[in-house]
Design a protein around this ligand. Sequence first.
Ligand SMILES: [Ca+2]
Length: 89
Amino acid sequence: MTEDAVATVGVIAVATVADSAAGLPVGEVDDKMIAYAERIIGRYDSNNDKQLVKSEYEKMLMSPVAADANRDGIITVKEYALWMQSRRR
Ligand SMILES: [Ca+2]
């Protein structure tokens, strides 16, 4: 599946994820999902700190703000991976 296709699917699922944000899974993240999150984040990570701040992620087609599990305004690889993983279930 292309990343664009994933993004399209994600837009449809965003409301569901937002509803269940309080119950985000903790811990177990698929290695493939981590690698995928690193690729996506790396594309927007201007300062190469392996995480996204608002000025970086606001350029993304699909806002990952729902991935910010602890609401600190920073999207880490793990948060992004968990978020994507939760949307695929
Ligand atoms: Ca965060």
